[in-house]
Design a binder for this molecule. Sequence first.
Ligand code: TXA
Ligand code: MG
Length: 351
Amino acid sequence: MKTNVQQVDCNEPQEDVIAQAAAILQEGGLVAFPTETVYGLGGNGLDAAACKKIYEAKGRPSDNPLILHISHRNELERIVSNVPEAAKKIMDAFWPGPITLIFPKADCVPMETTGGLDTVAVRFPAHKVAQALIRRSGLPIAAPSANSSGKPSPTRASHVEYDLGGKIAMILDGGSCEVGLESTILDVSVKQPILLRPGAITKEMIEKVIGPIAVDAAVLEKPQEGVAPKAPGMKYTHYSPKAEVILVAGNTLEAQTQEICRLVEEQLALGKKVGILATEQTKDAYPKGIVLSVGDRQKLETIGANLFKVLRKFDFLGVNIIFSEVFDTTGEGMAIMNRLNKAAGYHIVKV
Ligand code: TXA
Ligand code: MG
């Protein structure tokens, strides 16, 4: 299949381009499109066959459910069977935006969409291209991140093309994604809401609106043998570049950088090509290895925006091993450490 890559204006999406993409979705095909978090791989969320195509294109296990994307709150009624009070407050505060909610599903949502669960994940993205596409297609669009399963999520159209070119009908190229990390996922289908995946809408921001919430154990720790994380996707290896990733933690930033320098020397002596995931504050502290700055420690949103791009760049550069600094888990730091832990398979060295 030839993949048609179309530039699209993020402020005023061209109607003809959106109409072409919407027609593909209505006919059961797949279109990748930009959102404020990451690029999504869209298909008709009420069509079991389209959802199957999504799993195939990504190489994704079919028990890992998809998120349905809507372009107005009144589209919720059709796909969920109950809207809890906590959900209403979260929607008032953060929709449209980078937070997904888990609801009990309505009958029209096929089990292929929800990976066999009786709940459904719903998100109302803030991105104008995503909104225009959903509105024009008249469908709830099922859209996982538009990467090959296990790879870092795509934050640019070129990432999507690299992973899925030739496998899908169309890619809408709207430039780079502002947030760069996938949406926060909050399960509101249970009595005490649980954070299943941290994102740019932080635990602290949610708690200001609905009070204390629980955090699923899989968010920051390796899921224990035999204990299933509540978001099925959290059990898979994720965000992994080809190289091995090792996180290096220390009491101070200086201790971290010194230990990384020592580890880099060790690997260079073995003839390895070594990458260092550094920050604006530390990038000059590493005399050897391939150093990429992921952003500014004082502005965690810059790190969120660049993380997946930098992991993909290390792959492109062909490094064998990556040493990464770590971050506090407050605010957006929780989402950053969740993704880094998964990229590293929870391999962390503490000094
Ligand atoms: O930002 C995002 O959420 C992006 C953009 C495209 O909107 N989408 C995205 O989808 O990240 P995906 O499929 O890569 O991640 C969805 C996660 C998976 O970990 C999945 O297991 C979880 O959501 N999930 C989906 N439905 C669920 C449900 N009913 N219960 C629990 N977890 C669910
Ligand atoms: Mg994903």
